[in-house]
Design a protein around this ligand. Structure first.
Ligand code: HGY
Ligand code: MN
Ligand code: MN
Length: 409
């Protein structure tokens, strides 16, 4: 099947111009002006392609080509919001490739059996509003629309206010479309495919995610006059926990990962002992039991640090998702399709969270990965060789084509 890969690359480049940072990264944080501009660009493309565009109450965008069996959808999708200084492919590649699949059906005069829908989910990254994958979580009824609307951003504004301000507070009920199947094409964002020299990853599952906000409270004091034994240094407590988080990953082992991504001492002044320190802990594991052990060790460590430093601590669970297993019929279809296209393929797990892990709650779902150069992502250096992007598009098209022939029937 001849796919218009030039248009794929042109559109990725066009979207990359919106929210471009000085070091050629992407900054389209959920429901900021640049996210809105990105959404407007995609909606424009959807409309130019003649698709029916619908927006739901949480701002998820759906664009549909009607099939013969109107009312049953094969859905493809991802997100276009980014972290603060991300790359141009995370999420965007999957959305633009999904549009390319639909456009190919139209241009080749192939009327699909099922409706084909491309989805853009709101706030996948979760860096401004938690939890991440919020739009797809609400879509599958894992969070109420009301709670999501009332969520307050890190800059102090509710999600509903931002949906209204950007014009993406839609009226369509969340979850109205119950897809026949859901596929997400995405860059791996890790080093595995590249290290193995493999082009396609058929993703079998997504690891569990636990995000905790931690605030230590001690006593601000003079950095010069306060004897060490009299200090209740919240900054020191936060630093001890940061080191402990790395040790927890080592102790739990078997793929446990742990990150302290945010540390904010207060008052953050050179000659003041920090009276308060806020930090975030991101723990992940594909083994649900091991993830629980890591969380247990985290809270034990917090208690120990509070006793030693005589500080108090407030924790808030921002995100908690168990590991997710995708439908093996779909991940196997992806693998056989890749082989049919003479592309090397391996079954793989996802280290990153994705909207597909939410969609797996309501319909047969799996993901297709393509390699990330040096395994880098959430970084302006995020890059995937064009021929890998083209290969991923080919596998997405062919997989959808087979699903549309009733592969799951
Ligand atoms: O955090 C994640 O894994 C995803 O990028 N939201
Ligand atoms: Mn993503
Ligand atoms: Mn991401």
């Amino acid at each position: 099947m001849k796919l218009n890969t030039d248009r794929l690359h042109e559109r990725i480049a066009a979207l990359a111009e919106i929210g471009k940072t000085s070091d050629d990264g992407a900054c389209r944080i959920a429901l900021t002006d640049t996210d809105k501009q990105g959404r407007d660009l995609l909606v424009n493309w959807f409309r130019e392609t003649g698709l029916k565009v619908e927006i739901d109450e949480i701002g998820n965008i759906f664009a549909t080509l009607a099939g013969r069996k109107n009312g049953t959808q094969i859905m493809m999708g991802s997100h276009i919001d980014t972290v603060g200084n991300g790359g141009h492919l995370d999420g965007c590649y999957g959305v633009i490739a999904a549009l390319e699949v639909i456009e190919t059906f139209i241009e080749q005069d192939k009327v699909p059996q099922y409706d084909l829908t491309v989805a853009i989910f709101t706030n996948e990254e979760g860096v401004r509003f938690q939890p991440d994958m919020m739009g797809s979580l609400v879509y599958v009824n894992g969070m109420s629309v009301e709670n999501a609307h009332d969520t307050i951003s890190t800059d102090g504004i509710t999600l509903k206010e931002e949906l209204t301000r950007t014009g993406y507070l839609g009226s369509m009920k969340c979850g109205l479309i119950r897809p026949y199947a859901f596929l997400e094409l995405h860059i791996e964002q890790g080093p595995i495919l590249e290290k193995k020299g493999i082009t396609i990853g058929a993703v079998d599952n997504v690891q569990g995610i636990s995000w905790t906000d931690v605030v230590f409270k001690g006593q601000s004091n003079h950095a010069g006059t306060t004897p060490m034994e009299m200090r209740h240094d919240a900054g020191f407590a936060a630093s001890k926990l940061t080191v402990a988080v790395r040790e927890i990953a080592n102790v739990v082992g078997s793929g446990q990962v742990a990150t302290v991504g945010v540390i904010n001492p207060k008052p953050n002044l050179i000659n003041v002992v920090p009276g308060e320190a806020q930090l975030t802990v991101d723990l992940r594991n594909s083994d649900a039991k091991k993830l629980k052990i890591a969380e247990f060790l985290l809270h034990e460590k917090i208690k120990e640090i509070c006793e030693d430093e005589e500080v108090t601590c407030q924790t808030d669970q921002l995100v908690r998702f168990d590991p997710v297993k995708f439908d093996s019929r779909i991940s196997d279809l992806i693998a056989t399709t890749a082989n049919y296209l003479n592309l090397s393929c391996v079954h793989i797990n996802s280290g990153a969270g994705h909207d597909a892990q939410m969609m797996a709650r309501i319909c047969p779902t799996a993901m297709i990965f393509v390699p990330s150069r040096d395994g880098i992502s959430h970084n302006p250096k995020e890059y995937t060789d064009p021929e890998f992007l083209d290969a991923g598009l080919e596998v997405l098209f062919e997989t959808v084509y087979r699903l549309d022939k009733g592969y799951l029937d």
